[in-house]
Write a protein that binds this ligand. Structure first.
Ligand code: ADP
Ligand code: ASP
Ligand code: MG
Length: 416
């Protein structure tokens, strides 16, 4: 089947950010085509386009309806796929541009955060079969009622991995504006080290902790369907980062650290110390589709607790409304909202089995004079909520503490 020979590639916003960049990508695609590989290419909107569209909507209304937002946002990707197909044709190649709907990406109807339910690949396979490069609009799909949806910010990564899984493609290449996945965001830590290999599990933690380089759900899909993922630069030919199974890699305690400023902290003070309160708070938020990133209960000595939740900053206002509504019922008199916070995380599959990681992280922050407001930890991650102003300092201090600049992450032969 042609799908199993097809290279699925995704180009992010900067990589198709200007007519010149689009021509450069088109030239690479045509060269590859001449070498005989069928290609499915997912493109994002040109750099900043999605932001500009969003800010235009906000100038019209403070509460744009999600359905119309999606209708508008999907046009960004349509522009880049049309231009990319034209540029391929200009270089003498054959290309067909398809929207999410045209290439059979069916989603549920959760506008602005839709989930892919099904992909029918027949049209893509037919077009590949006649020798065209297929160019697909990232980040979008269509419901069974023909409503246009988007998959959430950064969702073109998900379009690419889901297509690679559906086509059973041998690889999904994510072309971006950095050389691959680093031990920390190279724009914050200049000494950050490029990782040749990283596991799906670690990559998922990186993504979920705010490192934009891959969308968390794209990593989930790749891992579930065993799609080999590569993250590499669209600006040169060097190899980048391969994402693979944990057991194929040499063990290390810590793989990297990452910061996330897209968070807000809300707190309900002095809630009653009785069963069911945490459930009430969590359910009230999840009922309106708000995802709690972290919930922490602090005990007082007067039969009350303070409950803090961390949510995405975009959800802060709606979360505050929900909490104000339920405050009285849980005995709380006050809802505090703080959007000047950020989260810094250290990530590694060896954290649970390596004593002292948390202590070293807290010490590194203390030595920088950075106050920790909340702490959470799991087998593979320790995260601290801190003041947003200090986020970059925190990432750099932790990177230094664990000497990540000199980290080696090697692939070892799978001995099983
Ligand atoms: P694209 O438009 O190609 O999808 P994104 O902006 O979504 O690109 O993601 C790439 C960005 O992710 C990089 O420019 C970099 O600043 C950021 N980033 C954050 N953490 C990391 C990391 N650990 N390794 C590489 N890039 C990272
Ligand atoms: N253009 C969309 C965004 O900016 C999707 C993507 O780039 O992956 O979020
Ligand atoms: Mg992205």
């Amino acid at each position: 089947m042609i799908g199993r020979r097809t290279r699925v590639k995704k180009y992010g916003g900067t990589s198709v950010g200007s007519p010149e960049r689009i021509r450069k990508v088109a030239k690479d695609l045509v060269d590859e085509h001449h070498r005989g590989s069928p290609q499915v290419v997912v493109a994002s909107a040109m750099a900043d386009t999605t932001e500009q569209l969003l800010s235009m909507a906000r100038r019209v209304t403070s509460q744009p309806r999600a359905r119309e937002l999606d209708m508008m946002l999907t046009t960004g990707e349509q522009i880049s796929i049309a231009l990319l197909a034209m540029a391929v044709q200009e270089y003498g190649g054959k290309a067909t541009a398809l929207t999410g709907a045209q290439c059979g990406i069916r989603t549920d109807d959760n506008f602005t955060r839709a989930r892919i339910q099904e992909i029918s690949t027949q049209r893509i396979l037919d077009i590949l079969g006649r020798g065209d490069i297929v160019i697909v609009a990232g980040f979008q799909g269509v419901t069974s009622d023909d409503e246009i949806t988007t998959l959430g910010r950064g969702g073109s990564d998900l379009t690419a991995t889901a297509l690679a899984a559906a086509l059973e493609a041998p690889v999904c290449e994510i072309y971006t504006d950095v050389d691959g996945v680093f031990t920390a965001d190279p724009r914050i830590v200049s000494e950050a080290r490029l990782l040749s290999w990283i596991s799906y599990e670690e990559m998922l933690e990186f993504a979920a902790s705010g490192s934009r380089v891959l969308h968390p759900r794209s990593v989930e899909v790749a891992s579930r369907f065993n799609v080999p993922l590569q993250v590499r630069s669209s600006f040169h030919d060097r190899p980048g980062t391969n994402i693979t199974k944990e057991e194929e890699l040499e063990k290390v305690a810590i793989t990297g650290c990452t910061g996330d400023s897209n968070v807000a902290r809300l707190a309900l003070t002095r809630v009653k110390d009785v069963p069911g309160i945490a459930a009430n708070i969590s359910n009230a938020l999840s009922d309106v589709g708000i995802n709690i990133r972290l919930i922490i209960q602090g005990i007082r000595h007067d039969q009350t607790n303070d409950v803090s939740v961390i949510v995405s900053e975009d959800d802060a206002e709606r979360s505050a409304e929900v909490l104000r509504r339920i405050a009285e019922g849980v005995g709380s008199t006050e809802v505090l909202v703080d959007t000047e916070v950020a989260k810094v995380s250290v990530i590694g599959s060896g954290i649970a089995s390596t004593p002292g990681v948390a202590g070293r992280m807290f010490r590194a922050l203390a030595d920088e004079g950075i106050n920790i407001e909340l702490i959470s930890s799991s087998e593979v991650r320790i995260a601290c909520v801190i003041h947003r102003d200090r986020l970059s300092d925190a990432v750099r201090a932790i990177h230094r503490e664990f000497d990540l600049e000199n980290l080696e992450r090697k692939r070892v032969v799978d001995k099983r």
